[in-house]
Design a protein around this ligand. Sequence first.
Ligand code: CA
Length: 646
Amino acid sequence: MRDWKFSGNDFLNYPTYSGDDLGAVYTKEKTTIRIWAPSAQKVELRIYAQGTGGEAIRIDQFIKADKGTWAIVLVGDLKGYYYTIRVNDGEWLNETPGIDARAVGLNGLRGLIFNPGETNPEGWLADQRVELINPVDALIYELHVRDFSISPTSGMKNKGKYLAFTEHGTLSPKGLTTGIDHLKELGITHVHLLPVNDFSSVDENAPDQSYNWGYDPQNFNAPEGSYATNPKDTSRIKELKMLVQSLHREGIGVILDVVYNHTAFTTRSYFNQTVPGYYYRQKADGNFSNASGCGNELATERAMVRKYLLDSLYYWASEYHIDGFRFDLMGIFDLETMNHIRTKIDTISPSILLYGEGWTADTSPMDEALRAVKINVSKLDRIAVFNDDFRDGIKGNNFVPRNKGFVSGQTIQEETIKFGITGACFHPQIVYGYVEHSKFPWAKEPWQCINYASCHDNYTLYDKLILSCPEASEDELTRMVMMAGALILTSQGIPFLHAGTEMTRTKLGDHNSYKSPDQINQIDWNKKYSSLEVYKYYQALIRLRKHHPAFRMISSKQIREHLIFSEDYLPGVSSYVLVNHANDDDWRTILIVFNGNRNSIQFPIKGHIKWRMVAHDTTIDEESKIYPEGDEIEVAGISMLMMVED
Ligand code: CA
């Protein structure tokens, strides 16, 4: 048995390589393959006619080259052939496609020699990414490729495939729009896709036999094959580009959920089978550390790991015209690497969004002060983290099913709600000691904060509300979902919606559906009809946010100058005014009252402003001609009231 213990010192003498030609480079005349494998003594290349099975049709030796690299030049046109690499560092390791493969065969077991230019769909060179002026202008919608279309109610043909995103005119059984037309109609600006790089859990030959979210990465530079019409050739590349192109044509950006923090396998991962030990952090005893909770964690601070990340992200952003990246367990990454990523991505476009989970799943041997955890986000340049404080304040603790939040009538969450409204930025009217869980404003600027009430993890918003409020009526639950949306979509920072929240998505109480069947995970498009009121409310909220820059202030200074919380304390109520044309808004003054109580309240109105009501109860009407009078106003139970002075 091989010894898989290492010390970080083992790697200090490894030479580093700075070239941009790692992996396979194809031309009609020759294919060159270069890998970085400084600990190798011999490296073999095998060429196959197919992506799995069969005998190698030729075996060659790589030649030792510059700075720890090994290279081989294969004369002739090898397009369509598959290859594997096998390293011997004293003993033979496994055959792998290497760690740089951009095209792979079935189940990602072998690399595929291909001509990148031939994977471009028609019109690709004219494809434009979605450019944002400010990150807070984004409206992010988190979606799993398969969930989007797999239900019989989707009306789509390419069920479970990238190509479903290219279908227009699709309808639910009740005749409502589905698919990309739905996304356009809802008004979101960015689709955030759960992992689409090659992962290992789903058999690409039988994609209907199992389900997975895809947080089990295998090849970081090749797309997943189970979403392609043919997983054996380059369809996965072309069809993912068609997805991007189709969304871009509707003005919708594409964000990829990238899971570089760990690999599905540890000792037999392609990283460890190429340069044993190097890509992962080790504990003091020499074993792999496990801050991901999945058996390993990437050593982002090591020179060639950092280069790998920079090259890989640059490749996705440039080759696939990607508009943003969401980093899974970003708390594993060192701060320096994250800032390098920002700088590198800026060379393509500064408007590419970068954000991540500001936490880890377990302990890391690297000092937390050096890592990209939530409390360090102020040290990151234009990179945001998820606001789990707001999430839990809105609906109750994510991990305690019965726990209630502000929308479900919990009356100790007012300061946490204020914390979310200000995008986790400092505001002198917030008593931070009462905020759950953060006791200080961790964001320096609102673009460092992603506001959300739910995501793919844990219960859906609706399921969480059912569990925590077994006594609530369907009408009350619906109102809670609507008010959660109102909080997310009017608050400062970057709003983020879990797909289907706008139609009260349920996973039938499944709190961790990462490998649950389609029946649990799929978007049931019939819910759009049965929750039409919720859908229309979310649509109106999105429209309101887009029309009014007051909800998208670009600096914390602006927020402190223009946002004033009400001094009148009412249990279960949070309210504030946005004054003096915040962020150059047309509206001079905006008053917002959130009432989390089941019963209506009378809210005191001071001053002599002529108010116009734009939202009350379950309606939003920016053009409303309702002018309330008197020194108090009724706010319906579980609802948002908004009045404006033009
Ligand atoms: Ca796969």
